[in-house]
Design a protein around this ligand. Structure first.
Ligand SMILES: [Zn+2]
Length: 146
């Protein structure tokens, strides 16, 4: 059983933490930037999408990081109790597809959808077409759960 871990987001201007559940992005806890004084200093967002229904992600604010962390964990307990293994797989496949798309762009490769023949070559060298590209991504370019 995975537990929640957090890593500081190096790209965020204000203090922000990415919360992970194993290899899955479970949400964030961040210091709110530009909030008027007297309003809660922290905000959290819990849940992932796709792999859940729209509206199942939960958000909230808190005065302290510790309160935000506790609220996040309570929300996560509810969110994860409603997830099936297929939901996690949906999220992983979406991540793999998105990462593959960027890798294709970065390598200067065309997507099969951008080719008049519907065929293309993956950045790894494999020939792909409209019918096989998705299975190729999931077979060759999906991150294995840690
Ligand atoms: Zn490939």
């Amino acid at each position: 059983m995975s537990t929640l871990t957090r890593r500081r987001n190096p790209d965020a201007h204000d203090e922000s933490w990415r919360i992970h559940f194993g290899d899955v992005a479970a949400g964030t806890i961040s210091r709110r930037s530009g909030n008027p004084s007297g309003t809660p200093e922290w905000q959290w967002l819990c849940g992932f999408y796709p792999g859940s229904q729209p509206g199942e992600q939960m958000v909230g604010t808190a005065s302290t990081f510790e309160q935000a962390r506790q609220s996040f964990e309570a929300a996560w307990t509810i969110f994860v109790s409603r997830r099936s293994p297929a939901d996690f797989e949906t999220w992983r496949r979406h991540q793999a597809f998105t990462a593959w798309k960027y890798a294709m762009w970065n390598a200067g490769c065309r997507m099969p959808t951008q080719s008049s023949t519907g065929r293309s070559r993956c950045f790894c060298g494999a020939l792909i077409d409209l019918r096989t590209s998705e299975s190729h991504i999931y077979a060759c370019h999906i991150a294995t759960p840690r």
